[in-house]
Design a protein. Structure first.
Length: 172
């Protein structure tokens, strides 16, 4: 998958700042895997409609956001019932909310590529069948193996926390 450009850009800033270019969050996402301190939060809906939020380890690769979760976790069970979700992140110069649908990745070439990305960033992931495994993961990840998900981006919102300031919605 290659990075897509937004089809529409909406300036949400109430103070006269121009719309932010999509390249700003895209580039910060691409540079964030080396920064283990970048917090990402996945928002899903339980089967009864109540919200659920959980911290995740995410990485931006080839224009898409990927994350892992054990099949028995609440977040994976929610995604199996309803793939609509959000991923929120506090990046270096802006707060970002990504909206879309998560799809489970099972093809071996993509699993191998992402396992290598995770290894390069300090998590010794390996492919195990149609999932990933490693000697450890985050406490909320559940036991191995872990499913790999790709966020199919529909809409993003960014609010800059550094110059140049602004607030923008990007639709894809």
């Amino acid at each position: 998958m290659t990075d897509r450009e937004p089809t529409t850009v909406t300036n949400l800033d109430q103070y006269g700042s121009p719309a932010l270019p999509w390249s700003r969050p895209r580039d910060e996402l691409a540079n964030s895997p080396a920064d283990r301190d970048t917090p990402y939060f996945l928002g899903t809906a339980r089967p009864d409609g109540r919200p659920h939020s959980a911290g995740i380890g995410a990485t931006w690769h080839d224009g898409a956001l990927y994350f892992v979760s054990g099949p028995g976790t609440r977040k994976s069970r929610n995604l199996a019932a309803n793939p609509a979700c959000t991923v929120s992140a506090h990046l270096a110069t802006l707060d970002l909310v990504l909206e879309g649908e998560a799809s489970r990745v099972t093809d071996r070439p993509t699993l191998e590529r992402l396992a290598a990305v995770y290894r390069d960033n300090g998590w010794p992931a390996e492919v195990d069948g149609d999932a990933l495994t490693a000697p450890f993961t985050a406490p909320s990840g559940g036991p191995p193996p872990w499913y790999l998900y790709r966020l199919n981006l529909r809409t993003a919102y960014g609010v800059a926390s550094a110059e140049p300031h602004g607030a923008t919605r990007w639709d894809f």
